[in-house]
Design a protein around this ligand. Structure first.
Ligand code: DQA
Length: 147
């Protein structure tokens, strides 16, 4: 099985963008961590980052063809995008929402997520390690039930 790692706007700037909030790891570091964690769980990975909402919607729709679940950090679109939520509802694949920072300790406008009500799980404030937790959770959800 394959996972889609989806990173939204400005996450291409990881490592240089507000390091006090998001840390020093780069997007490449995140993708490597997620790929390694997925491999350890017997899962393949496709990684997509885009700054544009439509491209993220397209990537979610494409996942229906060949992915079993998603790890999603939609960045600011988390707080604004009905379109991304509808895409995730439409493909009906399990996904874990990740935020590097603790959005609940930040501005009020970051407290609401359009995606959280339909997510399998939400991991916030665990730094980039949250992405690894998300993969591990999806591996559990996707594992064939024993017995
Ligand atoms: C973020 C939190 C969002 O509020 C913000 O817009 C981001 C990053 C995070 O990973 O902490 O771009 O999703």
């Amino acid at each position: 099985p394959r996972l889609l790692l989806l990173n939204g706007p400005n996450l291409n700037l990881l490592g240089t963008r507000e390091p006090a909030v998001y840390g020093s790891a780069t997007l490449a570091d995140v993708e490597e961590l997620v790929r390694r964690t997925a491999e350890e769980a017997g899962l393949e990975l496709r990684a997509v980052q885009s700054n544009s909402e439509g491209a993220l919607v397209d990537a979610v729709q494409a996942a229906r063809e060949d992915c079993a679940g998603l790890v999603v950090n939609a960045g600011a679109y988390t707080h604004t995008s009905v379109a991304l939520r509808d895409a995730l509802s439409g493909v009906a694949l399990p996904f874990v929402e990740v935020h590097i920072s603790n959005v609940h300790a930040r501005e009020e406008f970051r407290h609401h997520s359009y995606l959280a009500p339909i997510a399998s799980a939400v991991i916030v404030g665990a730094g980039i390690q949250g992405y690894a937790f998300a993969v591990q959770r999806l591996a559990t959800l996707l594992a064939p039930a024993d017995g």
